[in-house]
Design a protein around this ligand. Structure first.
Ligand code: FAD
Length: 302
């Protein structure tokens, strides 16, 4: 019930406007979103670097309505890529294609993504295209195929809850694409996605084994201790070096586990979202795990 309540709140524009002005809400959100500005995100990436942790930076926002908004998002990412290089941070970027105009014009969106990929290539960086809901899967994978044709350093995300994912993984591996494997964060119908968590987990493990056995450097994105343990076990069994793949987690989630993995010598990348549109993101994190509301509140009171 709490989950639905937080998801409902994430879509309430009036409440968002009200809470954006509210000091306590901002403080609560800080556990998951380090701030609204580029400087806040860079500072968070710098702190992670000091803990031997990699970062991926996401400028919050999706489904923009105008090409001007898409260009502004592209420019924000271009500035971000420059700053990452200038400060020698161990960070790449995570981008949603609907933020670059996918709903408005595919050619313009592709051109924006190409500009980011070129800038990443020039500075030795990497662009991860986040995966959105299933209405965008084909277009996102097609964009990756197109960008990769010119050798751009662009990677994909695969969601284990989708039935199609095993086929997508096979195709992407043939193209040598680096993949982030996650369970999937959107509401999808049973015609497209496993409705039972048990089946999603089973598929996650199957896909994880395909990725690790491929010899390509992939990201295993999860906070689930069982998925992490099985990944470690499979890597040991295959005698893979601990740094032949990376674990990925979200900023503010399971910091204890993050530190433990780093101590054990596994590369860990933390997904850092930042920007003015933090409210829906914050509500989605609370919906995922309502107990996080309590964690965040305790942190503020402390
Ligand atoms: C780096 C990263 C990038 C992602 N990118 C995408 C993307 O592009 N597209 C997309 O659809 N989804 C993305 N996701 C979200 C992902 O699909 C899941 O919705 C999310 O990670 C929750 O699944 P889980 O595997 O962590 O564990 P779940 O199956 O949700 O939970 C299993 C167990 O993990 C632990 N756990 C999970 N969440 C938390 C938490 N918040 N706090 C404490 N413990 C927790 C608990 O022990 C829980 O019982 C991303 C996730 C990460 C980590």
């Amino acid at each position: 019930m709490l989950r639905s309540a937080f998801l409902y709140l994430s879509k309430q524009k009036k409440l968002e406007q009200l809470l954006l002005r509210c000091f306590l809400a901002r403080k609560l959100a800080r556990r998951f979103v380090p701030g609204e500005n580029l400087a806040d995100a860079l500072e968070a990436a710098h702190s992670l670097k000091q803990r031997n942790t990699l970062a991926t930076l996401n400028h919050l926002g999706e489904n923009v309505h105008t090409l001007a908004e898409a260009s502004a998002a592209r420019d924000a990412y271009l500035a971000l890529i420059e700053e990452i290089a200038r400060r020698q941070l161990q960070a790449n970027i995570s981008v949603k294609l609907t933020q670059l105009g996918l709903d408005i014009s595919v050619p313009d969106c592709l051109e924006n993504a190409r500009r980011l990929a070129q800038s990443a290539e020039r500075t030795g960086n990497f662009v991860r295209l986040d995966m959105e809901n299933s209405a965008y899967t084909d277009r996102t994978l097609a964009a990756i195929g197109e960008l990769r044709q010119s050798g751009s350093p662009v990677g994909a995300v695969i969601q284990a809850y989708l039935y199609r994912s095993e086929n997508d993984v096979r195709r992407l591996l043939l193209q040598g694409v680096r993949i982030r494997l996650c369970k999937g964060a959107y509401q999808e119908p049973p015609s497209l996605a496993f409705p039972r968590k048990k089946d999603v987990d089973q598929n996650y493990l199957r896909l994880m084994r395909m990725l690790l056995a491929s010899g390509i450097y992939h990201g295993i994105a999860t906070h689930d201790p069982r998925m992490i343990e099985e990944t470690r076990r499979f890597a040991r069994q295959q005698q893979l070096a601990a740094d032949s793949f990376e674990f990925q987690m979200i900023y503010g989630v399971r910091r204890d586990l993050q530190d433990r993995l780093v101590k054990e010598g596994y590369p860990l990348r933390v997904y850092i979202p930042f920007g003015k549109e933090w409210f829906p993101y914050f509500m989605r994190r609370l919906a995922e795990r309502p107990a996080n509301a309590l964690f965040a509140l305790k942190a503020v009171l402390r």
